[in-house]
Write a protein that binds this ligand. Structure first.
Ligand code: ADP
Ligand code: ASP
Ligand code: MG
Length: 405
């Protein structure tokens, strides 16, 4: 008798019909004798709508209240999914993140899971129930509701699979698996049979939202092998696991495009020790994740100044601007410029470690499309460039043609 953790994303539970389909799929597994824990997301569009509602009340709502609001999305779905199972004669119980024993730190809207004590989950499984758990949410030690960052139901599933020592973890979504690029942007993208944690980490970090970045980090850390597959058909999915020798033969495994990035440029900041340290400390204290950082050459001999640019997630832009405004007098920079019209394009593959000339080919491909590069960053297995948002999709297709197909 296997213990399976399954996760169904927003589209997979997007309407009552789809929820009934999920129930039918779960019932099939249960009929084979498996024990099931089912993590569900909010119905598609619900989280976005809740965010929109909040912004209509005020532009920068308190993060504690955002969590209180956003957690309701998943709470709706767990109850409906439990009902759909009960309706076809399968005993099922819904649990919030807190009831499932998910304890997080206090960083509202981006909380990290600290530990899981799934006592109720075990008890219900022992009792023959299918356990439906709300994704994306947890609770602090003090009992405050938290959420785990956008796409966080993936993390709930992976973390529960680790805590329960599940035999199988399946992430059901609206695509057949992890593709060489977002199939919505690059129509000739191919499904990968398997992908290494490190590759998916870089792809997810570069904006491929098929899996939440932190969920992949967690899976790698705890060695959770999982499958990404479709809830809409029975095609085999993509297995995500530790790197194997055969994976190195491929130089570029995938291309990803992140249209959710913004850039802040700090104009004429004093060029002396401690300035960057101060800026990025204050940003990190506000839980703002900075991605790429570029500093220009210094100007002026007596009192040298420099421009400093960094990228961050678009939803954090308003908060970051506020934080930076607060530093203006203290640091004495001239101004900040915000830019939302950019995209980050990345190519990823463990095979890059042993191949040269990949960056040159990437830049040549962009040049041939007359696309200007704004920023560049590299890791051992990834090259990213920041480009004009309007040219993002065209660039992703050109890159896929050049490297993958
Ligand atoms: P869910 O609601 O199930 O969590 P998401 O919308 O978060 O689903 O993630 C699935 C989507 O990720 C797909 O519909 C696809 O457009 C997008 N995506 C981006 N990059 C990739 C990729 N490399 N492979 C597969 N899907 C991708
Ligand atoms: N409902 C949350 C979101 O839209 C979590 C998730 O879907 O995984 O981000
Ligand atoms: Mg998702």
């Amino acid at each position: 008798m296997a213990l399976i953790v399954q996760k169904y994303g927003g589209t997979s539970v997007g309407n009552p019909e789809r929820i009934k389909n999920v129930a039918a799929r779960v019932a099939q597994y249960r009929a084979q004798g498996d024990r099931l824990v089912v993590v569900v997301s909010a119905m598609s569009g619900v989280t976005d709508n809740l965010i929109k509602l909040a912004k209509e009340i005020m532009p920068l709502p308190a993060e504690r209240e955002m969590d209180m609001l956003l957690a309701t999305g998943e709470q709706t779905t767990i109850a409906l999914t439990a009902m759909a199972l009960q309706a076809i004669g399968v005993p099922a119980v819904s649990l919030t993140g807190a009831q499932a024993g998910i304890v997080t730190d206090r960083v509202h809207t981006k909380a990290k899971i600290q530990n899981i004590t799934p006592r109720q989950v075990h008890a219900l499984l022992d009792n023959g129930q299918v356990v439906i758990v709300a994704g994306f949410q947890g609770q602090t030690q003090e009992g405050q509701i938290t959420t785990l960052g956008r796409g966080g139901s993936d993390l709930t599933a992976i973390a529960l699979a680790a805590a329960l020592k599940a035999d199988l973890c399946q992430i059901f979504t609206d695509v057949d698996g992890v593709y060489t690029a977002d199939p919505r942007v690059v129509p000739n993208a191919r499904k990968l049979e398997e992908v290494a944690y490190d590759e998916l980490l870089e792809l997810a970090g570069a904006g491929a939202k098929v899996m939440q970045l932190r969920s992949v980090e967690f899976a790698k850390k705890f060695g959770v092998v999982f499958e990404v597959r479709s809830s809409l058909n029975d095609n085999p999915g993509t297995i995500v696991k530790e790197e194997t020798k055969s994976m190195e033969g491929v130089v570029v495994r995938g291309v990803s495009l992140d249209k959710n990035q913004a850039k802040i440029t700090v104009v004429a900041a004093p060029d002396r020790p401690g300035i960057s340290a101060r800026i990025f400390k204050v940003l990190s204290e506000a839980a703002i994740n900075v991605d790429m950082i570029v500093q220009n050459v210094s100007h002026g001999a007596a009192k040298p100044t420099t421009d400093l640019s960094f990228t961050l997630d678009k939803p954090d832009l308003l908060k970051a601007q506020k934080v930076m405004d607060g530093l203006k007098t203290e640091i004495g920079f001239k101004a900040i410029i915000a830019n939302e019209n950019l995209a980050k394009l990345s190519i990823v593959g463990v095979g890059m470690r042993s191949h040269s000339g990949v960056a040159a080919k990437m830049f040549e491909t962009l040049a041939a499309q007359d696309i200007n590069i704004d920023m560049i960053s590299t890791s051992e297995i990834k090259i990213s460039v920041v480009i004009d948002l309007a040219k993002g999709e065209q660039a992703a297709r050109a890159m896929h043609d050049a490297f993958v197909s």
